[in-house]
Write a protein that binds this ligand. Structure first.
Ligand code: ATP
Length: 237
């Protein structure tokens, strides 16, 4: 393609001590694209997100953003440049209110943009009603909305979402995915880790499947067959 990808990993590897969790992962995210990462437990999806976000450090060239190598930069610098993460398990500050949790997302923000308390409350109206409640007084779905809102408050160009639907009821998951078009319209491209294959196929422009620290399949949802996905997800039998 003529266009440089907005974000790209180049032969990304990751280790926990001696244990190698990623073995040369290459993924790309274009401007305005939504990419889903699918794969079984332990495939390395969270490790990939944490490596891109700078929580795990890499070789400088193993991650590039906007054509610049960012792989060796710390997480706060990566966030300031426009890559925000919604972590697995939401990680809210339980003693802080909804509003205080959202305002934490403005830390390190470089420029003003679309996302403010008001526009986040427009996206998830229930949070406006609950703005003074502590994070712990919320349902799982509402906590997930706060975690997404907090990441949006930095006005990211790339939003990394790790398992946003984990443990939530289908109707709540639907509500959360309904926010994706508005997030894209405000100028962010998304990488979303999703265990639910059908869900991933429904919302993503492109899908990567991982297994045992490697990308085993990639493509647009309409080009991937059920059999190919099954083999890439579980291994060919
Ligand atoms: P899940 O859906 O369970 O979150 P995942 O695809 O996100 O799975 P990772 O969490 O990235 O997978 O884990 C990849 C591999 O790295 C697994 O084998 C896991 O046991 C290992 N791993 C993850 N975190 C650590 C850690 N902090 N220390 C040691 N090994 C780890």
């Amino acid at each position: 393609p003529l266009q440089t990808p907005l974000l790209k990993t180049n032969g990304l590897v990751a280790y926990y001590g001696d244990f190698q969790a990623l073995f040369g992962v290459d993924i790309e995210l274009d401007v305005d694209e939504t990419v889903a990462i699918i794969g079984a437990n332990g495939a390395g999806k969270t490790t990939l997100m944490r490596s891109i976000a700078g929580i795990l450090r890499n070789a400088a060239t193993s991650v590039s953003f906007d054509g610049r190598p960012i792989g060796a930069q710390p997480a706060d610098e990566i966030m300031t440049q426009g890559v925000a993460m919604v972590p697995e398990g939401r990680r809210l500050f339980p003693s802080l209110s909804v509003e205080e949790n959202l305002l934490i997302g403005t830390y390190g923000r470089k420029s003003r943009g679309y996302w403010t308390l008001d526009t986040v409350y427009d996206l998830f109206p229930i949070l406006r009603e609950r703005r003074n409640n502590p994070g712990t007084a919320l349902s799982g779905g509402q906590q997930q909305m706060v975690a997404i809102g907090r990441a949006l408050m930095s006005n990211p160009r790339v939003l990394l979402c790790d398992e946003i639907s984990l443990g939530l009821a289908p109707v709540v998951i639907k509500d959360i995915y309904k926010a994706v078009p508005a997030i894209k319209a405000a100028g962010a491209s998304l990488i979303v880790v999703e265990q639910d294959i059908a869900q991933a196929m429904a919302f993503a422009d492109r899908v990567y499947c991982m297994m045992e620290g490697r990308v085993t399949l990639s493509g647009t949802p309409d080009t991937l067959s059920r059999n190919d996905i099954h083999d890439a997800y579980f291994g060919a039998s």
